[in-house]
Design a protein around this ligand. Structure first.
Ligand SMILES: [Zn+2]
Length: 307
């Protein structure tokens, strides 16, 4: 990459993933030769412009063919191709920026977990998509069946074992996790981890275990974390959570507001009156300002229903 890259903001509309074209090597080659835009990730951090309004950036490079391990993301409404690429080599942010002919006065790599600006849902979706796939590439460099290196196929959406006797194809993983608002008349059950800011509580959550139905995971997690048994479990909605590769599945569940036994993973669990839960929503909004988290949406929906 010999010249300064052209920095673009992300498209305002959702991109089309064009999954059916990922297997067409010639077509992908043409996309790479036709001024594609790259969303770079360094150590799980995404590239943003600097200044008062930090905006996520996509770069147009003069030598796109030199990018290692490009992952095809899709096309915007104008037919421009988007690729994700992981900068796994550089040890420092300065070196990562220098590799792109940028410096800290022009751009920064920022963690989406700690990003304090605002993002549109389309921007967030594209950044989450890029972060998930680049993380998976980092983790899937070797076949876990035979330990040989893997090579990307299907525009980077498959990592295939290079050992012809094995030839296992590895696919990106998404780990399901349940997150639930347990309620009983005018109180709801919320917990906090010791590492969270003072006074911060949120909905209970936990990963789905192998062989488990989602409803069983909700029941088990609530019992483990609070000693409370729930009933009438109802699905609410979902949210991608690429830290590193979760899909949060939100539920409501009813319970009797009985005695709580706090589980080992949490510092505290207790019942919150609807008025306290309303106040907590303000604190939760400051935690991930660019994201209307599913925890917030669950609590807000219950508070509004309880009015
Ligand atoms: Zn293998």
């Amino acid at each position: 990459m010999s010249k300064l890259p052209a920095c673009h903001f992300l498209p305002s509309e959702s991109i089309e993933r064009e999954a059916q074209r990922r297997g067409d090597g010639e077509w992908l080659g043409r996309q790479l030769a036709n001024s594609p835009r790259f969303i770079f990730v360094w150590r799980g951090n995404n590239l943003f412009s600097v200044g008062p309004e930090k905006r996520p950036l996509a770069l147009e490079l003069s030598e796109a063919d030199k990018v290692i391990g490009p992952i095809f993301l899709g096309l915007d409404g104008q037919g421009t191709s988007f690729f994700a690429a992981n900068l796994s080599g550089p040890q420092s942010e300065e070196d990562a920026l220098a590799l792109l002919h940028l410096n800290a006065k022009m751009a920064r790599f920022i963690s989406l977990r700690h990003f304090d600006g605002m993002l549109s849902s389309e921007e967030r979706s594209l950044l989450f998509y890029s972060r998930s796939l680049t993380h998976w590439h980092e983790e899937q460099k070797f076949c876990h069946r035979c330990a040989h290196p893997t090579l990307p196929e299907e525009g980077g959406h498959i990592m295939a074992c290079a050992n012809p006797d094995c030839a296992t194809k590895h696919f990106p993983r998404t780990d399901p996790a349940t997150i639930m608002l347990v309620h009983s008349q005018d109180v709801c059950l919320l917990g906090r981890q010791a590492s969270w800011p003072k006074g911060m509580y949120s909905t209970l959550a936990g990963f789905v275990e192998p062989g488990e139905k989602l409803e069983d995971a909700v029941f088990r997690e609530v019992k483990e974390e609070s000693g409370i048994e729930v009933r009438n479990i109802r699905y609410f909605g979902s949210q991608s959570w690429p830290f590193p590769q979760s899909l949060m599945l939100g539920f409501f569940a009813e319970a009797d507001a009985g005695q709580i036994t706090c589980g080992a993973e949490l510092e505290d669990v207790r019942w919150f009156h609807v008025s306290e839960a309303r106040e907590l929503l303000v604190k939760l909004a400051s935690r991930f300002p660019h994201l209307d988290t599913i925890a917030r949406r669950l609590i807000r929906h219950w508070v509004e229903e309880s009015v």
